[in-house]
Write a protein that binds this ligand. Structure first.
Ligand SMILES: Cc1cc2nc3c(=O)[nH]c(=O)nc-3n(C[C@H](O)[C@H](O)[C@H](O)COP(=O)(O)OP(=O)(O)OC[C@H]3O[C@@H](n4cnc5c(N)ncnc54)[C@H](O)[C@@H]3O)c2cc1C
Length: 468
């Protein structure tokens, strides 16, 4: 049987794979995308989108609990319909996954339902439930198989008492108490969702602060606000053992000072990292290299096997949907010979955590900028000085801007507070355009908006903030 031939074959239809497929089709390529489970990948089905739907419920609950502050009386007790909350989240995910199907169809991308495996020599086999679907060939192949939750020995999820993000997203009843292991964006978002649903949450981090990739000042403010909301936070603490009973788990915590402590909870969420889906995809038939569970690529997403590329989570951190999509477009445009492309600058990839309060950042933290040898000018502007934040009833938060004192180059921006995940894009555009303080100061910001805090934070770095 001869192979069905394409210009471009893509393994995996997450935000990396499906976006690459559409861009390839736009550039005139004959494209097929192979997907074993669900169009839209983790992002649309089990990641970014359904968690944001859950967090919206948490936000509404939070607002209702503060209704009095806005002059609204809500009588009776507020209760939660877990099934309805989860149903809404699943519906949102389903709607978007269906949207991807429509987009692929509109762009005449062939969707092959099954598990793809590289055979070497530009060929891929696909099977579904053990039965062969066919063999395919292409000049270019992109691996976009994504990643899955990392499992640590002794903390293995069982889907019942010890959850990964998948079970945490579809609870049948809300637990009374919850231990969240790991304080990256995923752990913190679930901790925030469940706490706002009234669950007793303990958040454990082995490093000395939560959200360890964020600026230290922002981590500290986040810890303060989460603690105020009733979350228990344990840093420099390692969960060493989980003892399961019929409907509870007792975790042994190593406090790092020779002492241990136990905590008993209804459920545990393990959010200790991500590992690439590199197994069972035929890498052994190629020269593709891996390093600590991720595929190694160059700045143009090329692997060591000619004609084979890799994008998104399977290539390692940061594990973010927008990074996967951007890599997909870049990779395909490079294959098509588009001129004027630039490899991705990791310092221009924004990162967001959609907890209550939200956290967002781009570029170097103050500590990293110092360590890189820059002389700094740092501006800070608190939410309390912003009219829109006060009108919204959201006066807590900070916008911090880091500049190179010598050149005025914008090095980084770090924020905590309501809607900062929307605000960060202002700084991201500025960073991509290599803006300095001069352009940012001359920009006119609409009033009243939270975005004015960006202006004020820039001005503050030069001792010129007006409203604080
Ligand atoms: C709970 C959670 C919340 C998140 N929230 C955010 C967020 O708010 N913002 C953000 O930017 N990122 C978020 N992420 C991360 C985001 O989901 C990932 O970065 C993104 O999905 C990566 O895209 P990808 O295309 O590389 O891989 P995936 O989305 O993982 O897609 C890979 C696809 O490949 C398929 N596949 C794998 N192997 C094969 C094979 N052999 N053959 C055929 N198909 C295969 C899989 O079924 C999957 O559909 C979150 C993740 C989680 C878990």
């Amino acid at each position: 049987m001869t192979d069905t031939a394409f210009d471009l074959l893509i393994l995996g239809a997450g935000p990396g794979g499906y976006v690459a497929a559409i861009r390839g089709a736009q550039l005139g390529m004959k494209v097929a995308v192979i997907e074993r489970e669900h169009l839209g990948g983790i992002c649309l089905n089990w990641g970014c989108i359904p968690t944001k739907a859950l967090l919206r419920t948490a936000e509404v609950a939070h607002l209702i609990s503060h209704a009095k502050d806005y002059g609204i009386t809500v009588s009776g007790t507020v209760s939660f319909d877990t099934a309805a909350i989860v149903k809404r989240s699943r519906q949102v995910a389903g709607q978007l996954s269906a949207g991807v199907k429509g987009l692929l169809k509109k762009n005449k991308v062939t969707v092959i339902d099954g598990q793809g495996k590289l055979l070497g020599g530009g060929r891929v086999s696909v099977e579904k439930a053990g039965a062969a679907v066919g063999t395919f060939a292409a000049k270019s192949i992109i691996i976009a198989t994504g990643a899955r939750a990392r499992v640590l020995p002794g903390l293995e999820p069982d889907g019942k008492l010890v959850w990964t993000y998948k079970e945490a997203m579809v609870p049948t009843v809300l637990p009374k108490s919850l231990l969240v292991i790991g304080t990256g964006a995923i752990g913190v978002e679930f901790a925030s969702f469940y706490r706002n649903m009234g669950v007793e949450v303990t958040l454990v981090e082995v490093l000395d602060r939560i959200l360890p990739v964020e600026d230290e000042e922002i981590s500290a403010l986040a810890a303060k606000q989460f603690t105020k909301q009733g979350m228990k936070i344990r840093t420099s603490t390692k969960v060493v053992k989980l003892d399961k009973a019929a409907d509870s788990v007792t975790a042994t915590l190593d406090l790092g000072n020779g002492k241990t402590e136990t905590v008993t909870v209804d459920r545990v969420i393990s959010a200790v990292g991500i590992v690439g889906n590199t197994e069972g995809i035929g890498l052994e038939a190629t020269k593709v290299k891996t390093d600590r569970g991720h595929i190694v690529t160059d700045g143009w997403l090329r692997t060591d096997e000619p004609g084979v590329y890799a994008i998104g989570d399977v290539c390692g951190p940061p594990w973010l949907a927008h990074k996967a999509s951007h890599e997909g477009v870049l990779c395909v445009e490079k294959i098509a010979g588009v001129q004027g492309l630039h490899p991705i600058d990791a310092r221009n990839i924004p990162g967001c955590t959609y907890s209550l309060p939200q956290i967002a950042s781009v570029g170097l933290t103050e500590a990293k900028a110092k360590a890189a040898g820059y002389e700094l000018r740092v501006g800070r502007f608190p939410f309390i000085g912003n009219g829109k934040a006060i009108a919204l009833g959201e006066p807590e938060g900070l916008v911090k801007t880091v500049f190179d004192a010598k050149t005025g180059e914008l090095l980084g921006a770090h924020m905590i507070g309501t809607e900062v995940t929307e605000l960060i894009q202002g700084y991201t555009i500025a960073k991509t355009m290599e803006a300095t303080e001069a352009e940012l100061m001359h920009t006119i910001f609409p009033h009243p908006t939270l975005s004015e805090m960006m202006h004020e934070s820039v001005l503050a770095a030069y001792g010129r903030a007006v409203h604080y």
